[in-house]
Design a protein around this ligand. Sequence first.
Ligand code: 9EB
Ligand code: ZN
Length: 258
Amino acid sequence: MSWGYKPNNGPQKWVENFPIADGVRQSPIDIVPGQASYDAGLKPLALKYDPSTCLDILNNGHSVQVTFADDTDSSRLTDGPISGLYRLKQFHFHWGASDNKGSEHTVAGTKYPAELHLVHWNTKYASFSEAASKPDGLAVVGVFLKIGGENPNLQKLLDAFDTIQSKGKQTSLANFDPSTLLPGCLDYWTYDGSLTTPPLYESVTWIVCKEPISISSAQMAKFRTLLFSADGAAQDCMVDNYRPPQPLKGRTVRASFK
Ligand SMILES: C[C@@H](NC(=O)c1ccc(Cl)c(S(N)(=O)=O)c1)c1ccccc1O
Ligand SMILES: [Zn+2]
């Protein structure tokens, strides 16, 4: 039985096969703005994405993921809390069965209906897979989604969902610009954490944007038409694919803004 998000294989059970689940720098966390320390030394995020590096959109059985060509530096993250250059590998989402839950990070206990993760790897390593297990290997930009007006920048992704409804399906996706999914203000919180999915490696510098982007309730409903299950298996709606907040264990959360 492989890991998932159900009572019998979900976040409370992951420690059985991935003992680091009880580690010292696990993600996500509850971000308490009043307890974050403003750090004037933090630089603004420098994100530069080349839409021509967008390859395809995939249902990996845990989330919907958009993958990028990472054989050059053309889609990358620099500055912010990191040193060096991190290449964009993929982005994906986590969401709930209803609009009152779905994000992985929470803000003073507030859950958003969904959360976008833009996953980048440190080019001091040879590849994503090599970087994924190193303490400074990955940098993930997290963006909260909040119910509001329709977001036209999401529509191109949603339109592909009908062709990737079940686990293992993928289809090409050309010229998608991930910067259209970033909020106008790039103020952020940052802390040292982990992958929020198995193998839960403690290799992520988390960069969580304070400002959410909007998604309409109808667009949110479209996410919930995806399936955890493969073609031919009993239909199992892909919802609640989020890990709850983990213990801070003495970590400091820094803010790039006052
Ligand atoms: C679900 C998916 N996880 C990732 O690809 C993933 C990779 C890196 C990060 Cl940093 C994150 S995260 N959520 O912390 O941003 C998620 C996955 C995991 C294992 C096997 C197959 C598979 O599809
Ligand atoms: Zn994620």
